[in-house]
Ligand binder design. Structure first.
Ligand code: ATP
Length: 287
């Protein structure tokens, strides 16, 4: 719990009534967490694993056509917050999410909303490439098939091709579409997973340390791809690499012990952090 003096010191905006009354459970975020034209809007999001609070009152927008990176020391809640954005936390026993998360204005936690189509609209790419034990073609075709996105084999073939092209993998696999996805290199497998995500027409792509299992060359290819994908999607990426955050993202959010400490233009965060905790982290004094 912060002292009032600390809380005021860390606050750029007005303090809420509950904060003034001493009921502070989260640190106020430094920087503007809103954007003019949000694709996703999160407000006062708390996440609990049983009695342990992993995310504390986080508010954050994700813009159209931006890459937002989420950084912070291990255990600060980056992945937990990312998983809230497509209700992946629903699958974890004892995990409870409160607050509001909207996609194009729609509350994604509304009881009437089916999380399965939501996870097509807000797709996820994981740390370790996880192709299905099926052919390259089937890895990409699976989603469109279960979501009924195409009417016939010709349309499905075209969708598989366009998804693999957008993921920058088509030229490398077009002559072996019937071979197992698991037979590709790590970097190719990750691009296959990105193609699989793209195939179901997402609006947002969540990436949880997508390059941590890749070598530097495969990382560079995926980073280039992330930049290209921004033209069509909103992307939120969790990364341990500050260099990667600086290379791929336009805005950066710094988390610490479940709080969103600071958010702003990536360049500003890395060259002129406003919060001491952000500065300590990016200068390597912490984390
Ligand atoms: N399934 C779970 N059950 C209980 N606690 C969990 C679970 N997943 C995460 N936590 C806890 O929630 C907190 C935030 O974890 P999270 O994995 O979101 O952090 P992170 O910033 O992504 O960490 P890292 O960078 O190490 O991946 C940690 O204290 C973690 O131990």
């Amino acid at each position: 719990m912060n002292t009032m003096a600390e809380a005021i010191d860390k606050t750029t905006g007005a303090m809420s009534a509950s904060e003034l009354a001493g009921g502070i459970h989260s640190r106020a975020t430094v920087g503007d967490f809103t954007v003019a034209d949000p694709r996703m809007s999160c407000r006062d999001v708390d996440v609990w694993y049983g009695s342990k609070q992993a995310i504390k009152g986080v508010s954050l927008d994700i813009a159209q056509n931006e890459v937002l990176s989420m950084i912070g020391p291990s255990g600060c809640g980056k992945s937990t917050f990312l998983r809230c954005l497509n209700r992946m936390n629903d699958t974890i026993d004892g995990c409870r999410v409160t607050g509001s998360i909207r996609l194009d204005g729609q509350d994604i936690y509304d009881r009437s909303l089916d999380p399965v189509p939501l996870r097509a609209r807000v797709g996820m790419v994981f740390q370790k490439p996880n192709p299905f034990p099926k052919s390259i073609y089937e890895n990409v075709a699976y989603g469109p098939r279960i979501h009924g996105l195409t009417n016939n084999r010709t349309e499905l073939d075209a969708l598989v091709e366009s998804s693999l092209r957008k993921a920058g993998l088509w030229e490398e696999v077009k002559d072996r579409l019937d071979q197992p996805g698991t037979g590709l290199s790590g970097g190719q497998q990750q691009r296959l997973c990105i193609a699989r995500t793209i195939a179901v027409s997402p609006e947002v792509i969540l990436m949880d340390e997508p390059c941590s299992a890749l070598d530097p060359i495969a990382t560079a290819i995926v980073e280039e791809l992330i930049d290209e994908l921004r033209a069509n999607y909103s992307i939120a990426i969790v990364t341990h690499s500050m260099q990667q955050a600086a290379r791929v993202s336009q805005r950066t959010a710094y988390f610490h012990l479940g709080d969103l400490i600071e958010v702003g233009e990536t360049n500003d965060i890395f060259t002129n952090p406003r919060h001491k905790l952000t500065e300590d982290y990016i200068t390597g004094r912490f984390g």
